[in-house]
Structure formats: C-alpha cells, structure tokens
Design a protein around this ligand. Structure first.
Ligand code: HEC
Length: 179
C-alpha cells in the first residue's frame, strides 16, 4: 500500500470506530435483538393465550408452553432461542439486512432461487430450500461478498447437529410462512 492509501485506511477505520453499531460485531454473538426491526416480537404480538394465563401473569418476553401449539409458533420461538439465535443475524422485516439477509418474503425468494440457473443445491421445493439453508448454509450463496467469503457462508454450520428433526421442521414451517 502507498502512504496515501494507508492514510486513507486509517481515516476509514477512525470513521468506522465511531459508527453507532448497536453492539455489532458479535464476538461473542450477543442475542438481544430488541432494537433491530423484525428481530424480536413485542409482547403484544406474542401468543399469550396459554391455559389460564393472561398477559399480566407472564414475565416480559415469556410465552406459555402448551401441548397444542402449532409448528409455526414453535418455529417462531426457536428463531429466537436456538444457539446461536437466528435473530442475532436475521431480521424478518423487509430491507433490514444484518450479518445475514432479511428473511422477509423468503418463500417467494426461495422459489426464485431454486428456479434460477445459478442454483447448484439439491432442493426442489421452498421447504427443502429453507431446510438446506439451515443445515448446509453454503449450498447456496447470495452473489457478491456481503454474506460469504471464499465460497463459505457466514452462517454457522452447527444447526444440523444441534437441532432435532422436529425443531428443523418447525423452523422451516415458520420461515416458509413468509410469503
Ligand atoms: C452468524 C450469523 C447467522 C446466524 C446466527 C444464522 N444465520 Fe442464516 N444466514 C446467515 C448468512 C450470512 C446467510 C446468507 C449466506 C449467503 O447466501 O451467502 C444466511 C442465510 C440463511 C437463509 C437463506 C436466505 C436466503 O435468502 O436464501 C435462511 C433460510 C437462514 N439463513 C435461516 C437461518 C436460521 C433458521 C437460523 C437459526 C437456526 C440462522 N439462519 C442463523 C447468517 C446467519
């Protein structure tokens, strides 16, 4: 690098150091998500219709556990509680791209991806694509250098091990509901 380039880099780092990044980057990955649109539901949006519970009996942010919850609701909870939490890197609000892309409109985008000639993965349905994205994050990479480096996604590869088949299904059903 020339002296001028080094000066430019220093000026850039100085600028970056003063950007309000709200706790990012995640080393270790912090799971707060409360101030980023689409990363955490407010209590009013949560299903508080558990047996015999009303909102004011629940601790903030808690959701009741009942045997008859549907897979989408269970997937939504997992999105915030898996380790590391999905919402540390993914918003579900349109246009809010964090370390990972927003998952708003994922079902339509997944269909476009698997129909495109660039897609080299194995999925042939929206559900299969979402599942593949979770267990083999590098099977499909968004073009450019935003979300991957050297052909490897920034998304952890641990979920295929750490989540059960049932939990994967719940996450897939939840995310496939973002039409
Ligand atoms: C450390 C950050 C990180 C975490 C945590 C993370 N992801 Fe990702 N995820 C990414 C990145 C980065 C990509 C995009 C990779 C690429 O396409 O190059 C991605 C891609 C995806 C995609 C494909 C999106 C698309 O537009 O094709 C899905 C679906 C997804 N992640 C779901 C999840 C789920 C579910 C979890 C939690 C179980 C999770 N992610 C946790 C970073 C993360």
């Amino acid at each position: 690098l020339s002296d001028e380039e080094i000066d430019d880099l220093i000026a850039f780092f100085d600028w970056v150091a003063n950007v309000d990044n709200q706790g990012w980057p995640p080393r270790p990955i912090l799971v707060t998500g409360s101030s980023i649109p689409g990363t955490s539901l407010s209590i009013a949006q949560q299903d508080i219709s558990g047996p015999g519970k009303t909102a004011d009996q629940m601790p903030p942010g808690a959701r009741p556990v009942s045997g008859n919850e549907d897979p989408i609701a269970l997937g939504e909870a997992l999105f915030r509680t898996a380790t590391p939490a999905c919402n540390a890197c993914h918003s579900i609000a349109p246009g809010v791209n964090l370390a990972g892309p927003t998952l708003a409109g994922l079902a339509a985008r997944a269909q476009q991806t698997i129909d495109s000639p660039d897609y080299q993965g194995k999925a042939n349905s929206v559900e299969a694509f979402i599942r593949e994205s979770i267990v083999s994050p590098s099977a499909y990479l968004h073009p450019g250098e935003m979300y991957s480096a050297g052909g490897v996604s920034f998304m952890p590869t641990s979920y295929g091990e750490s989540l059960t088949e049932e939990q994967l299904d719940q996450l897939v059903q939840y995310l496939a509901s973002f039409k």
